[in-house]
Design a protein around this ligand. Structure first.
Ligand code: S3P
Length: 174
């Protein structure tokens, strides 16, 4: 299954909670990119730029998307960073959009435990988040399931997703 959504929507936390409930492994696009590159996301943006980051992210995503019975936590930009990303998913994969407003996303990131998002290191991060979300929303919306991440906590979101996984798993999907 694949989690998509804007930075700060809680993809990593929901992924961890889902892993606990399903016993499936979490594979996080950003962590894998960092492991492949041997440096952090902000360092990759600083040293190589966004375009190269997107290439690395794309390669990593192709590898991770081939895995079965995993919880995939994508980077917020992945669905829109190339053509046909969401359309190209295996039809058996449960894709879930964790929805959040730009204002709440920025507030969560500011209050979070320090993971820097280079794209929001700008004078007006809320305006930038609004702009990015508008560009991306159409792709996030291609996910099979939408969850209001702003009003529900990661546990509740994971609970809903886990019951769907259990239901569809018994009918042969992942
Ligand atoms: C990005 C989201 C980040 C990370 C990078 C770019 C984006 O991941 O991939 O900073 O373009 O939205 P999260 O969504 O996990 O924060």
């Amino acid at each position: 299954m694949l989690l998509v959504g804007f930075m700060g929507a809680g993809k990593s936390r929901v992924a961890r909670e889902l892993a606990r409930r399903t016993g499936w492994r979490v594979l996080d696009f950003d962590h894998e990119v960092e492991a492949v590159e041997g440096r952090t996301i902000p360092e990759i943006f600083r040293d190589r730029g966004e375009a190269e980051f997107r290439e690395i992210e794309h390669r990593v995503a192709q590898r991770l998307l081939a895995e079965d019975r995993v919880i995939l936590s994508s980077g917020g930009g992945w669905p829109s960073a190339g053509p046909g990303r969401m359309e190209g998913l295996d039809p058996r994969t449960l894709s879930v959009w964790l929805r959040i407003s730009p204002e709440a996303a920025v507030a969560r990131i500011r209050g979070g435990r320090g993971r820097v998002r280079p794209l929001l290191e700008v004078p007006d991060p809320v305006a930038e988040a609004r702009r990015l979300l508008e560009l991306r929303e159409g792709d996030y919306a291609k996910a099979k399931l939408w969850i209001e991440a702003e009003s529900s906590n990661p546990r509740a979101s994971a609970g809903r997703i886990a019951s769907l996984i259990e239901a569809s798993w018994s009918s042969g999907t992942d």
